[in-house]
Design a protein around this ligand. Structure first.
Ligand code: SF4
Length: 326
């Protein structure tokens, strides 16, 4: 395992894990709050500190093209390397004070096997800042025949990305905006780094992407068209989720109108084959054959029915569908 940090002569530590590139003075932590300089050495005081754990429908990640209808052991941690003022999970992502229990990688893998889960999803808060833990657990999970699912902001440097992604079977990555100024001004990050991660993830893993649509912030047709064009330039088969925002953390902007999300989904569908809406009561979350319109998978809430697939293809017209089933 590469350590992704350098010790400096003055006792500080330069962390190279994510594009924030923190230089951490003795006794201080990085921006993510979980990587600490203790006496000139990198310390990981939250290694294995699990804030949330649950068997979830895979559709909740959301992943619609990977083991549809399955449940997966889902685990969350503490801290984040971005600071989204609308974070829906800020009670665990923007603090390290939330309750957590220790679960070593071996314990987590054993729990997944005990629960008969097909894998482990690293989710809820930002898993990549717990790089060493996720890497170790993912290796153990693969050795036991389990799948690894990453739900992340995709804000990781290329070196650690190349080390981690070969262990990740499927991922949902947030594309929080397609405006560099929004990333830098509101979230404390860089859009280009997230785009690089998405490109790499599409190469190594089964990738889906999510944008939380926030009124007045990232909800223009131009912006969603730009995001969808970017994804389509990688592959028009990348499933794209557009979700309704609800007021949370520092944002009191009223919730997204579901009609807005449906209108933006139509913009994205002109560019991508599989576009879904989420956090919407009657959203469009069914999977249809892009060639003949056959209903392949029906979703009602978290109830999933596979109706029109024959193996990996549409049962009506035979078009191959990029869906991995158990
Ligand atoms: S992982 Fe944490 S400490 Fe390292 S550069 Fe990113 S925010 Fe800073």
């Amino acid at each position: 395992m590469t350590s992704w940090h350098e010790k400096r002569a003055d006792g500080s530590i330069a962390c190279t894990l994510c594009p924030n590139l923190c230089v951490i003075a003795k006794g201080r932590t990085g921006i993510c709050r979980v990587r600490r300089n203790e006496g000139g050495e990198l310390a990981l005081p939250f290694f294995g500190a699990v804030s949330s754990i649950s068997m979830d429908p895979i559709e909740k990640k959301p992943l619609h093209h990977f083991f549809p209808g399955s449940t997966i052991l889902s685990v969350g941690f503490l801290g984040c390397n971005l600071h989204c003022p609308f974070c829906q999970n800020h009670s665990i992502s923007q603090t390290t004070e939330a309750p957590a229990r220790r679960l070593d990688p071996e314990d987590l893998v054993a729990l997944a096997l005990k629960e008969s889960s097909f894998g482990i999803a690293y989710t809820y808060s930002e898993p990549t800042i717990h790089f060493e833990y996720v890497l170790e657990t993912a290796k153990l999970a693969h050795a036991k025949g389990l799948k690894n699912v990453l739900v992340s902001n995709g804000y990781l440097n290329p070196g650690p990305t190349a080390e981690l992604l070969p262990l990740i079977d499927a991922a949902n990555i947030d594309l929080k905006s397609f405006e560099p100024e929004f990333y830098s001004g509101e979230l404390g990050g860089q859009l280009e780094a997230v785009k690089d991660f998405i490109r790499e993830c599409a190469r190594t893993s089964e990738l889906e992407v999510t944008t939380l649509v926030i009124p007045g912030k990232n909800d223009s047709e131009r912006e969603i068209a730009g995001a969808a064009d970017f994804l389509a330039s990688i592959s028009p088969d990348i499933p794209y989720h557009l979700s309704c925002y609800f007021p949370s953390y520092r944002y009191s902007i009223p919730a997204t109108n579901p009609e807005t999300v449906e209108r933006l989904a139509a913009v994205a569908r002109a560019r991508l084959r599989y576009v879904y809406t989420g956090n919407v009561h009657q959203g469009t979350s069914d999977t249809l054959c892009p060639a003949c319109g056959n209903l392949l998978i029906r979703r009602r809430g978290y109830e999933t029915s596979i109706l029109g697939l024959s193996g990996p293809s549409c049962s009506r017209c035979g078009t191959p569908i990029p869906i991995t089933r158990s």
